[in-house]
Design a protein around this ligand. Structure first.
Ligand code: KG4
Ligand code: ZN
Length: 340
């Protein structure tokens, strides 16, 4: 008789997406997300509104994930949830729900670090023709994080460098806001940048020690550039929107690619796993694919549905931890800042 798969329910609620997914071993059976549109009106995530929306969404999203997977909750072997990092009020909703369900079903609870999830999404079955091997490098580029790591195994991770201030996605979104773009602005900047000239406006190219990055100076320089020109011409942004998007995107990606060039040169032959919402950016994907072709890099780009926050990535870490019996206590608390 074939062996029963291990069914894992993954729950993600660290920011403004309420997500649930079911995996049978490493195979994804369902991946459901309720994105909170309410924040668009405010130009950014409002933490209090986010946690309220998570409360409203979590039961229907979990139900949907179970029914799409054709699984009854009694068949689940464990529940994996995002313990952190993220917005505390948002994390608490997912954590409380995961704990209550694990307790009610009398199955193990597994805590997952959100950043670990972004990188481990590459281990979901059929995501790539071949699984990455260790040791490898990882880069997470998202609205909350910009981090370069080295992974000796699934659970041994060393941070090599990270942003010293803003995250790259945050810089996309905040600069988009001053141009009057909706939230999140990253996807729209990406689209408009394809129609603009990346050298139309000069922006600083910050040099950071080691493999670190910094985006707050670049963001301020961009805001100053807009304000300076708007004083002379109130329609400046409208007239130059595509060029502004192209120049901004170029300035945001250049320093990242420079650090990745250095880290890949120093760890030759190691694969690069890419994760986070900004991994959906077409210029980032193009720059990485170019290096794959021309310099023989082995780059793992996530499929678009696994770039932004999702619960499939939490479920796969849950499955890998389940195999190692790495379970959590019910009294482990959610943490807004959670190191690897
Ligand atoms: O991973 P994610 O959903 O949330 C965090 O963990 O932070 O990433 C969201 C970020 C937002 O800043 C959004 O603007 C950015 O990903 N993003 C993009 C693109 N798609 C999403 N940035 C640039 N180009 C894109 N195509
Ligand atoms: Zn994320």
């Amino acid at each position: 008789m074939p062996e029963q798969p291990t069914y894992i329910l993954g729950i993600e609620s660290s920011c403004d997406d309420t997500a649930a997914a079911v995996l049978a071993d490493a195979q994804l059976l369902s991946n459901c997300i309720a994105t909170q549109a309410i924040h668009e009106a405010y130009g950014g995530v409002v933490p209090e509104l986010a946690s309220r929306a998570h409360q409203a969404n979590i039961v229907p999203v979990v139900d949907q994930a179970l029914s799409q997977a054709n699984i009854d909750k009694k068949q689940l072997h464990a529940i994996a949830y995002t313990r952190g990092p993220g917005l505390l009020g948002s994390l608490l909703v997912g954590a409380s729900f995961a704990k209550s369900l694990a307790l009610a079903l009398n199955i193990p609870l597994i805590e997952v670090n959100h950043l670990h999830g972004h990188l481990m999404a590459h281990f979901i079955a059929d995501t790539h023709p071949k699984l990455p091997t260790f040791p490898c490098l990882g880069v997470t580029i998202s609205g909350g994080h910009t981090q370069i790591v080295r992974m000796k195994s699934s659970f041994e991770i060393e941070i090599l460098g990270e942003t010293q201030d803003d995250a790259i996605g945050e810089a996309f979104d905040k600069c988009g806001k001053v141009m009057g773009l909706g939230y999140p602005a990253g996807p729209e900047i990406d689209k408009r940048a394809q129609l603009g000239n990346p050298t139309a406006f000069q922006l600083p190219n910050p040099k950071m020690p080691g493999y670190h990055l910094s985006y707050s100076g670049l963001k301020t320089a961009f805001l100053n550039l807009i304000h300076k020109h708007q004083q002379k011409d109130p329609d400046f942004v409208e007239k130059h929107l595509n060029d502004l998007c192209a120049s901004l995107q170029y300035a945001l990606i250049q320093p990242l690619m420079k650090q990745l060039d250095r880290v890949l040169a120093n760890y030759p032959g190691e694969a690069l796993l890419v994760g986070g919402g900004v991994a959906a950016n077409s210029a980032v994907r193009k720059a990485l694919s170019k290096r794959e072709e021309e310099q023989n890099w082995e780059v793992y780009l996530p499929p678009l549905k696994l770039t932004t926050d999702n619960a499939a990535m939490i479920g796969i870490v849950g499955y890998l931890k389940y195999k190692e019996q790495q379970f959590s206590d019910l009294n482990v608390s959610a943490q807004a800042r959670l190191p690897f």
